[in-house]
Write a protein that binds this ligand. Sequence first.
Ligand code: CP3
Length: 344
Amino acid sequence: MAQQKTILRALAGETLPTPPIWMMRQAGRYLPEYKATRAQAGDFLSLCYNPELAAEVTLQPIRRYGFDAAILFADILLLPQALGADLWFVTGEGPRLSTITTADELAKLKPTEAIHDTLNPIYETVKILSKELPDETTLIGFAGSPWTVATYMIAGQGTPDQGPAHALKAENRAVFEGLLERITEGTIEYLSMQIDAGAECVKLFDSWAGSLQGDDFINYSIKPMQQITAALKAKHPGVPVIAFPRGAGTSYAGVHAATGADCVAVDDGVDAAWVAAHVQKDGCVQGNLKSSHMVTGGDALVSETRRICDALSSGPHIFNLGHGITPDADPENVQLMIDTVRGS
Ligand code: CP3
């Protein structure tokens, strides 16, 4: 049967008259209904591990806005937790983890097959969503890309420059590469189970790819994404993969071919016309609108949205932000963006 879902058509390389649309962090603190469900769950991690409530917050932006895709509600740091790291969130500050910087600590991580003991509720969320989502809505599963996940596991928290991960790479490459391998293997298992449960597409978030340069970018951002993509395609042919090496700049050119991904998500640091000429020529692209427009709205939001749609109109395109929507965004600006994309 011909594919009807617009997101899957764009991912398959079709140029659509109106780009399908979804938004990174579309379930999140800018929505009052999200805050209410999060309060009901108690805290962020309890929300992630509660299949009914995690499915509920995934559905909220679909009900409110009718996005063309829903992204599973979870977090990239659940995999480190499933591998045995301690994980907690400090309100107003972000995630904290126990660190892995020595061969001993690396050896103590749990075996890959044990991750499902922790991650089973996430697969349950996917199953609920694949029953409850409207027929036209694509369900996107996701994981962090190994480099980005490693930066948190090595530093024990978010860092502005990923300094601790760069230091471990310089000082103990065996432990650094061993950790990347463990995350890569775990990610293949984790995403494969998300697909078995009903995810129709998966996205790899390499949020800190921009701090890798030259060979490091190839070896530690591109290669792990390529390994994961190849393993998933061998097991689940036809399930599209979106790669997001955020901050890659001119290195976005060639990412489709180097990773094998069906779609490359771009941040707001590259120009849409450049993306059309150098990235979209190889396949579907997604992203680019500055998240700050969701805070400021107005004419600038409308004209930038139109500019991106126009620049990317002659190839496969999924409309999205360049990074996640922020808690201070105005829900009405999201509607304005959608109306502008859909031309109403
Ligand atoms: O996009 C979605 O709506 C799906 C859910 C999703 C979340 N995190 C929920 C979340 C996704 C895809 C992620 C990915 C994620 N998580 C990334 C990669 C994408 C990116 O933003 O660069 C990263 C680096 C993380 C790790 C993480 N999770 C951090 C650094 C933080 C704290 C920062 C913050 O915004 O508070 C989180 C928490 C988090 N993950 C929230 C949400 C909705 C906010 C938690 C809350 O409700 O308090």
